[in-house]
Design a protein around this ligand. Structure first.
Ligand code: SF4
Ligand code: SF4
Length: 374
């Protein structure tokens, strides 16, 4: 892999960090830097995705600008992180989707909603959009259940394949190697708890007012997404296993999970958008702003349109809202491998690698202690 200017700059800065070591206890990045004395483009991509952008090292750094060393680790790793999203995209020809990603999100949502509206009208007639539909199977009067399953099943399968191959490329480029169940679990625990977003214990954010708010918003987004996924999976089980057709009563677990998930997916992305607006611009990659904002907006549209559909599902607005919700969700699935979502997968892979390196270090020191005793 050819090094980019961001790789070169990260090598310069992390070489200074390796000599300084002041930030060793802040997160997993600095101990990992010490393990990678030779910084290859692959190992730098690993370190970039291990960074949670808490900014603690920037505010702690005696070599940060205006010092001539100009060390700004959060920014240079943010640049590498956004570059790495495109670098490992599958298929490679779609890596260009990461350039002007915000525009792509807007076009994909508009096109998908337009196609669902046109599809409803083509299957029936224009009046179907403005009529009230109630009772079991109301949604399927606009679009048959089999067509929904075929559309969403295929786009989800493609997205899952593309993301799996992207993560595989990332894993090999960053060093490969076998992992144990314990590595996977330790990486998962660090990912779910966002262990390294706490700024080394002092909180994440600005120098004046570090707080845990970004962690709260990330958690709200993550668990909101999981609850929505659980709601959709349960709906599929009820439909196929028991023959229960949506829409369901408000007290049905499908609806309760969906409402809780939808609220989480409103609070989290809205908070992250606000945090992005107030964040010190010196600490982020300005080129990735469209991708980051685009992803948060599509999540907000997903939850907002879903909750609105639930509220107005017995009114004549249901047809338009169903097209809006299905279109947004379809675009979200389609863009999973070509937007900010993939950084979560690379981060998990980086955390697994970090857990693996920690295990190998421990095994290595136990081995050498044993040899000394012999
Ligand atoms: S960020 Fe600054 S203070 Fe921290 S290890 Fe690097 S050079 Fe040292
Ligand atoms: S920004 Fe936070 S997570 Fe990233 S390297 Fe600095 S201290 Fe570690």
């Amino acid at each position: 892999m050819r090094a980019t200017p961001a790789h070169t700059e990260a090598t310069r800065q992390l070489t200074i960090c390796n000599a300084c070591r002041y930030c060793e206890g802040l997160c997993a990045v600095f101990p990992a830097v010490a393990q990678h004395r030779v910084l290859t483009p692959g190992s730098l991509d690993y370190l970039a995705n291990l960074c949670h952008s808490c900014s603690a090292c920037y505010y702690a750094c005696q070599y940060a600008p205006p010092h001539p060393f100009a060390v700004n680790v959060p920014q240079v790793l943010a640049e590498l992180r956004s570059e790495s999203c495109a670098r490992y995209a599958w298929p490679r020809s779609l890596a260009a989707c990461f350039h002007r990603n915000g525009l792509l999100v807007a076009l994909a949502v508009a096109a998908a909603v337009g196609c669902f509206l046109a599809g409803f009208v083509a299957i029936h007639d224009r009046a179907i959009l403005f009529a009230a539909h109630t009772g079991p199977g109301a949604f399927y009067r606009l679009l048959p259940h089999s067509a929904m399953v075929a559309l969403f099943g295929s786009v989800f399968a493609f997205a899952a394949l593309a993301m799996a191959l992207s993560v595989r490329a990332f894993w090999h480029a960053t060093g490969g190697g076998a992992v144990t169940a314990a590595d996977l679990l330790a990486g998962g625990a660090a990912a779910v708890t966002l262990k390294y977003l706490d700024g080394g214990g002092g909180g994440c954010g600005t120098e004046e007012r570090p707080s845990d708010r970004r962690r709260l918003y990330h958690h709200s987004t993550f668990f909101g997404f999981l609850l929505c996924f659980a709601s959709t999976s349960l709906a599929a089980i009820l439909h196929n296993g028991l023959g229960w057709q949506a829409p369901y009563a408000w007290y049905n677990p499908v609806v309760l999970l969906g409402v809780l998930g939808g609220l989480g997916l409103l609070l989290g992305p809205a908070g992250l958008l606000h945090a992005k607006k107030t964040r010190d611009p010196r600490l982020s990659d300005s080129r990735a702003r469209g991708m980051e904002v685009g992803f948060l907006v599509i999540l907000l549209l997903t939850s907002g349109s879903g909750l609105l559909l639930l509220l107005l599902r017995t009114t004549p607005a249901m047809g338009i809202l169903l097209a809006l919700h299905l279109g947004v969700v379809f675009a979200l699935f389609l863009l999973f491998p070509y937007g900010k979502f993939v950084h979560g997968l690379y981060r998990y892979a980086a955390l697994v690698r970090s857990a693996r390196e920690a295990r190998l270090r421990t095994q290595g020191s136990e081995h050498s202690n044993g040899q000394q005793q012999v």
